[in-house]
Structure formats: C-alpha cells, structure tokens
Design a protein around this ligand. Structure first.
Ligand SMILES: Cc1cc2nc3c(=O)[nH]c(=O)nc-3n(C[C@H](O)[C@H](O)[C@H](O)COP(=O)(O)OP(=O)(O)OC[C@H]3O[C@@H](n4cnc5c(N)ncnc54)[C@H](O)[C@@H]3O)c2cc1C
Length: 378
C-alpha cells in the first residue's frame, strides 16, 4: 500500500533532522526515515561542533537554539597560526562588526535535541530501524513488499558512502588527505571564548572550548606522525601535543580520546536530480579544518527553506536557489583546496607564502571580512 507524503527525508542525522524541522508544516508533511533507531545519543563527553554566526542565527530563527541544552560557548576571537607565531591571522568579532564569530556546541547534544524536536513535531512522522529502497521512476520509497511512500520531493541525507548516490551511479570525487582526526577532551589554561587553528608540519589542530571544566581539541594528524602521539594508548604522553599547541595552550592535562576519524573525504559531482536532493555528508564530506561541513548544509537548508513550499511540484529547486547553491558549493571547494594545497603540509611554497598571506590579511579589516566570508563562511 502506498502512503502519499509531500516530502521524504532519508537519514536522521544532523542534516536530515534540521531539513525536516525547517520544511515541515501543514502544507508540507514529512516522513523522516532512519536506518538505525531514532533515539537520543547520551554522552558525558563533549564532541565539539563549530557553528558560524550564520548557522546560530538560523537555529535561533527556527527556535531550535538553546545554549544550555547544546552546551554552547560563544567565540569572539579566532587565531589562525600558520607554521609559526609570526604568521598568525587574528579575527575578532568586534573588528568584523558582528556580535560573535560563532559558537562551539556539543554534537551529540545537538543531534539529540533535533531528534526530540522532530519527534514532537506533528508534521513529521518518523520511520526508523529500517533499510529502505528507492524507486525513483515512480517517486516511491519502498519500506517493504507491502508498503511504500509516494513523495513529491526527496532529501537524501544518509551520510558518507551514500547507498542512494551509488544507485544513481553519481560520480564521486574522493580525496584522501592521509590524515586522521582525533577528537579529544582535556583540561588546559587558555583564554576564554577564543578558538585557535594551528597549521603545523604534523597536521592541523583546533583548540576549542568545551563545556564547564572540559575543553576540547580536534587534532588532525598526518598518518606518518600518528605514532608520535599514541592517542589510542593508555600510556598516552601529552608532551608532544602540548608542544604543538604552544603558546595558546598551557598546562595540558587529563586528555581523553573521544573518537578518531580517518580523513577520506568525498564530493558528489551531482547533488540534485529532478525532485531529489542530496544534502550533508552524502553530498560532500569535507576536511574539518574550516569547520564547514554542517555549516554549509545549514546554508543550503536555509536557501531551500526560503522557497515557497506550494511551488514545490516536479523540479524541487527554483533556478535561482539552484544557482546559488552551485556557486557556493564551488567556491567552498576552491577555498578548501587552495588552503589545503598550500598549508596542509610544510611545503616550501607554504612556508614562503604564509608570512605574505597572514601579513596581507592582517593589514586591513576589509580583507579580513572577505577572508572570513570566503574561507570560513562567517
Ligand atoms: C572530525 C570532524 C569534525 C567536524 N567538525 C565540524 C565543525 O566544527 N563544524 C561543521 O559545520 N561541521 C563539522 N564536521 C562535519 C559535520 O560533522 C557533518 O557535516 C555532519 O555531521 C553531517 O551530518 P549528516 O546528517 O549529513 O550525516 P550523518 O551524521 O552521517 O547522518 C547520516 C544518517 O543517515 C542514516 N543512514 C545511513 N544510511 C541510511 C539508509 N540507507 N537509510 C536511512 N538512513 C540511513 C545514519 O544512520 C545517520 O543517522 C566535522 C566532521 C568531522 C569528521
């Protein structure tokens, strides 16, 4: 038996849930399909997710933002250190004319919060613990032999290595950085409400607030140096990491590995087909240095949400929104590729160019504003 729904969303991660909450209303009934159980993720650890001021504004506008539940800390200053302390770009919210650069929240708390809001939203129906199939010719999501859902529009947010992207044979550009990201909780002395991004020969380190006394670090290390750090060992020695983080972090202690993630990233060549859109990690999994993955998805959802849902028949996106997302996606990839080719390894070109890059950007507020918009989407 086929149920008719306006929108089906496949994938109940951060992006699928936010898309559902953004577009569900009395004229646009949504079914959210999740392969695993659609439950809260309970954790005492802090898994940092940096949100830009744009993303925070959008969550506030949608009445999703709750700084206490999300364990949010505002960021007013960001230092980006390129190989040595002489080449540091300093961005301050004041100078850019905005109240804050963004916020760091706990990823698991955000996901749990979004899921709770989806469950309580009367225009969203959750179908979980099921591996569905897709009959795109007839715009049907097949639940099992007996039941299916006919949709007007379909959002696919099933994460990296999307089963459905494979079904459409969409070509995927894979980029392996030969790096692994380690998400750590720890204690250290540092300035409050600040974040630091350090590009060094061994990798990229993000020093971020956590919640209450716990702070966090995302250390994305070139695989050839991983053994120096021994993050996964019980006899983990913090001295190597401490050296990398000077002068921003002092007295590093109580370091605990939360999870690690090998950095094999991917980008679909094509992210929409008629009334089907791929969003989030299923469309592109990005290197975390610019903290752009979820933020870019928020931007896409915001743009899609701006379209009048009554106009959503047949081709899902109007041409203006389509062009805006294409341009933004393209310039995001260019920015990430430019920075990663120059700064991801301690190359001669990177070492020679970083004093120029930092010098030029630090010189004028206008250039800082452009840099923040282009590279960091602030
Ligand atoms: C180390 C690291 C740090 C990061 N830091 C930041 C940051 O600071 N800021 C930022 O903006 N972004 C950051 N990102 C990126 C961000 O985490 C991702 O963009 C975001 O989590 C993507 O969410 P998603 O919903 O697309 O995918 P996922 O979280 O992978 O969710 C996919 C969901 O789909 C479900 N699913 C899978 N297959 C199926 C199926 N067949 N049917 C139904 N459901 C299915 C899964 O169970 C899951 O629930 C970071 C990423 C990494 C790796």
């Amino acid at each position: 038996m086929a149920t008719n729904k306006d929108t089906v969303i496949i994938g109940g991660g951060l992006v699928g849930c936010l898309a559902g909450l953004s577009i569900a209303n009395k004229d646009n009934r949504v079914i959210l399909v999740e392969k695993k159980k659609f439950t809260k993720i309970l954790s005492d650890d802090f898994s940092p997710l940096s949100l830009t001021a744009n993303s925070v504004d959008y969550l506030r506008m949608k009445k999703i933002w709750d700084s206490k539940i999300l364990k949010g800390t505002p960021i007013y200053n960001l230092d980006i250190k390129l190989f040595n302390s002489f080449n540091t770009i300093t961005l301050c919210a004041d100078e850019l004319g905005i109240p804050e650069l963004g916020q760091v929240v706990d990823k698991a708390s955000l996901l749990s919060h979004l899921r709770a809001l989806c469950i309580n939203n009367k225009f969203i129906e959750i179908v979980d613990d099921i591996d569905v199939n897709l009959d795109s010719h007839n715009s049907m999501v097949i639940l099992n032999e007996k039941s299916s859902i006919k949709y007007k529009q379909l959002f696919i947010t099933d994460g990296v290595n999307s089963k459905f992207a494979k079904q459409f044979n969409i070509h995927t550009k894979k980029i392996s950085y030969d790096q692994t990201s380690f998400i750590l909780n720890c204690s250290y002395d540092s300035s409050e409400n600040s974040a630091v991004q350090i590009f060094s020969k061994r990798g990229v380190f993000a020093v971020l607030p956590g919640y209450k006394k716990v702070k966090s670090i995302v250390a994305t290390i070139h695989n050839k140096y991983i053994n120096n750090y021994n993050f996964e060992s019980t006899i983990f020695d913090e001295s190597h990491l401490q050296k990398d983080l000077l002068p921003y972090v002092r007295n590093l202690h109580n370091t605990k590995l939360i999870y690690s993630h090998p950095l094999n990233t991917s980008r679909l060549d094509k992210w929409h087909i008629n009334n089907i859109i791929f969003l989030g990690n299923s469309s592109q999994l990005l290197h975390p240095f610019g903290a752009q993955g979820f933020n870019f998805s928020v931007d896409c959802i915001k743009k899609i949400n701006s379209i009048n849902t009554e106009a959503l028949d047949g081709d899902l996106l109007n041409s203006q929104v389509k062009a805006e997302i294409i341009n933004k996606r393209h310039s995001l990839f260019l920015g990430i590729d430019f920075v990663s080719s120059l700064l991801m390894k301690s190359t001669l070109l990177g070492n020679i160019s970083s004093p120029f890059i930092s010098g030029i950007i630090n010189k004028s507020s206008l250039i800082k504003k452009r840099f923040s918009k282009r590279i960091l989407n602030i």
